[in-house]
Ligand binder design. Structure first.
Ligand code: HXC
Length: 510
């Protein structure tokens, strides 16, 4: 009997070796952890339950019959993160470069199916060379099975992808369809086709880092929501992110104990908006002062910085913050900002996370670049996303809310539930200069007349009261009371229900 038991332990030990000591050492030398080390950091200590550690590939092509490594290049299972169930698969680069075979794919789809049954989040850790070349078309079929499940799970359980090494070919599309993608600086890269193919097809010469490193995807393409300096930092931040996320679309947001008084006032907010309406200020200061304990998990921090998106808590419950950032391009809405915020708003709505919107927006960015790039289409994504929301929407206009951008930023008209403005708010079709130039064109040569008209316009329209008189703004509030007023509004809206007409699905301007 003992022999049988020992045999089990030997088989387990063999599987835990992955691709062997030399490949593990090479992995460490590159500053990367192994798949199992990563899972240990992601999950609560001792909570990980591994599945399928004895699975092997079934290929005999190109001598593969003689090369079988238990686990077949991916470690899968489930565990807990701060006590909450999370499913995980981690590509093991030490085994056939983490490449995806038919059986490797089956291990992942088993976990995806279980996450759906258990209605719990799923995290994928990527570090791999794409399709297992020797597996041929079976690998392509495997990818398809994974992709299909990504789509079925979308909006049902949160899906997070973490890129911790190479991620190319078939491996890139699964992360792109999940809710969040994160990278590790210097050791990870993502691209559809690598530098060699690029050179052959376009004659461009680029390194992997230049083509798809963390700086590319967090700053230029917006494919990745964030990047960290090491595997360790990245995985600890993923634990922090998971704490903000609901388990599924029906569970409601997690509730954590908070020692931060929801009626806390902050007098410094009364002077946040400068006297000069063209002077910038940092909207993140407002977010940090409103959120519980100043804890804010920002997404796409380095991309489209003219809008800020991320998770915080109010009264211990998760909220999504969306805020125009006057520090960058005066907080204008452009293509990238619209895309970034639209995707975030849709995530929040899908998972029943209330949205708090801070508005200081001078309008949409003019120019041929923007128009040729389909600003009309991309801008309407954000309008569509907010209009579609059935989650509580609480909006606070701190300063400018001009033109179409006023409507877009969770205004009353498109579904805002509680809409507040600070006394410094200016809610109008446009700023004074532009308005006076158009409606008093005849006075253009007369500086005194123009000055008087400008003053008249500013007094009448550049305030929150024209909107408040119509009920577009529910109240004009003191900045110092912002946290308390939002908290009250969210508490009133906890049971919000919206009935939408039945349909197969909408036709969002993608
Ligand atoms: C089988 C692979 C592999 C693959 C790597 N390996 N990629 N085995 N299929 N796709 C194996 C190597 O043979 C090697 O085995 C080990 O993994 C480590 O690889 P190295 O090349 O030594 O490592 P490194 O120098 O770090 O380079 C990593 C790499 C490179 C950049 C990922 O391996 C690479 O370019 N691989 C191929 C990438 C690729 O073109 N994949 C197919 C994409 S097409 P040993 O035994 O020596 O340790 C695709 C289509 C799917 O994915 C489309 C679906 C929609």
């Amino acid at each position: 009997m003992k022999e049988i038991l020992d045999k089990l332990e030997q088989r387990r030990a063999k599987a835990r070796e992955g691709g062997g000591a030399a490949r593990v050492e090479a992995q460490h030398k590159r500053g990367k952890l192994t798949a199992r080390e990563r899972i240990d950091l992601l999950m609560d200590k001792g909570s990980f339950e591994e599945f399928d550690m004895f699975v092997e590939h079934r290929t005999s092509e190109f001598g593969m019959g003689a090369q079988k490594i238990p686990g077949d290049g991916v470690v899968t299972g489930w565990g807990t993160v701060n006590g909450r169930t999370v499913f995980v698969f981690a590509k093991d680069f030490t085994v056939f470069g983490g490449s995806l075979s038919e059986t490797h794919a089956q291990k992942i789809t088993k976990i995806q199916d279980m996450a759906m049954k258990a209605r719990a989040p799923i995290v994928g850790l990527f570090d791999a060379g794409g399709a297992r070349i020797q597996d041929g078309v079976a690998a392509l079929g495997g990818y398809g099975e994974v992709f299909k499940r990504n789509v079925i799970a979308s909006g049902v359980v949160p899906q997070i992808s973490v890129i911790m090494g190479p991620c190319a070919g078939g491996d890139v599309y699964s992360p792109a369809m999940t809710d969040f993608t994160f990278m590790v600086r210097d050791t990870s890269y993502m691209f559809v086709t690598g530098p060699d193919v690029v050179k052959t097809v376009t004659n461009e010469q680029v390194t992997s880092e230049e083509l798809g490193g963390a700086s590319v995807h967090t700053q230029k393409s917006g494919v990745a929501d964030g990047a960290y300096d090491s595997d360790l930092e990245c995985l600890l931040q993923m634990r922090r992110l998971i704490d903000f996320l609901p388990a599924n679309n029906e569970s409601g947001v997690p509730e954590w104990p908070s020692g931060d008084d929801i009626t806390r006032e902050d007098a410094s907010l009364d002077t946040l908006v400068p006297g000069n309406p063209n002077k910038p200020y940092d909207i993140k200061e407002l977010i940090l002062k409103v959120a519980d304990e100043g804890d804010f998990f920002e997404l796409l921090e380095a991309f489209a910085k003219n809008i800020v998106t991320g998770f915080g808590r109010i009264g211990g419950r998760t909220v999504g913050f969306v805020a125009n950032q006057p520090m960058v391009l005066a907080g204008v809405l452009d293509i990238d900002a619209s895309r970034k915020a639209a995707r975030f708003v849709r995530f929040c709505d899908a998972f029943n996370i209330p949205i708090v919107t801070f508005v200081d927006v001078p309008g949409f960015l003019p120019g041929t670049n923007q128009e040729y790039g389909a600003l009309i289409k991309h801008g309407s994504k954000l309008l569509f996303a907010y209009s579609q929301c059935s989650v509580p929407l609480v909006t606070v206009i701190t300063r400018k809310a001009f033109g179409g951008a006023y409507d877009v930023m969770a205004s009353k008209h498109i579904g805002g539930d509680v809409n507040y403005a600070w006394p410094t708010a200016q809610i109008a079709v446009m700023g004074a200069k532009g308005a006076v130039e158009i409606i008093f064109r005849a006075d253009a040569g007369d500086a005194d007349k123009i000055a008087a008209r400008t003053k008249e316009y500013e007094d009448r329209f550049l305030s929150p009261f024209a909107a408040a008189e119509r009920g577009y703004i529910d109240d004009v509030i003191l900045p110092r009371h912002t946290r308390a007023r939002i908290a009250k509004a969210l508490s009133m809206l906890r049971g919000k229900r919206v009935e939408l007409p039945g349909r197969k699905h909408d036709n969002m301007p993608v």
